[in-house]
Design a protein around this ligand. Sequence first.
Ligand SMILES: N[C@@H](CCC(=O)N[C@@H](CS)C(=O)NCC(=O)O)C(=O)O
Length: 254
Amino acid sequence: MEYVSPSEVINAQGLRLVLVHHMPSPWGQAVKAMMEYKDLSFTAAAWEGGSGNPELIAWAGNHGAPVVAWNNEAPIHRWDDILFLLERLAPEASLLPEDRAERALVLGLSHEICGQLGLAWNRRLSMFAPIVASGQALEDFVEMARRYGSTPSDVSCADARQIATLNALTARLQAQQDAGSEYFVGNRLTAVDFYWAAFSNLFDLLPPEKCPMPEQARPMFTSMADEVRDAVDPLLIAHRDRIMASHFKLPMEM
Ligand SMILES: N[C@@H](CCC(=O)N[C@@H](CS)C(=O)NCC(=O)O)C(=O)O
């Protein structure tokens, strides 16, 4: 995948994606894999860590990535807005079930993985808190941590909340397997399979040959409380490996 400049993405038509550069940002990697699964062609620009994205921030009205844009529509950045756009553009390769109960489950589980105070949100609170507390973090980093709106009480609950979600995901996969399904919901691939595969890197980082990121950034992803690591059940990892092997480009492009 070749990146074009931010201004090319801003001024283009069609589908565009702004992706975090060099890091396996799970929100962005899930979107990229879903676009590829749906056979949607897109133009991508890189989002640089730190404060190097003034053009993109002014255009998207948001500090982070991914950002997705379609023709003249306003750029979007929330995981659910992006999922519904992809569903609209390629409904034939749907990642949301028609059955309303299954659909609610996919959206609820996806929120628990990607949404505010969900699995990744809590993981990020745990990843960032010691770096901010060390007093050694760059001002940009401290500012980014502040944007996530954590409170001291959320930080103190973050590990327990991750464990609860990991246990719920494991129980779900176990029940599905017992019922003869290899997916999180129903009998076919949905968005939640993509989200778990991408977000699993926050709990069990793929090796460098599959996830070629800067070596010095790996410890931030791999350090976690023992109780959190213990909650990463082999079932979750087997599922991630299956989905990654079938539906993600490896090595990951970022
Ligand atoms: N905007 C997404 C979340 C994406 C997200 O948190 N992205 C991180 C990168 S993994 C980010 O952009 N962080 C940089 C920042 O907020 O400045 C959502 O609300 O669903």
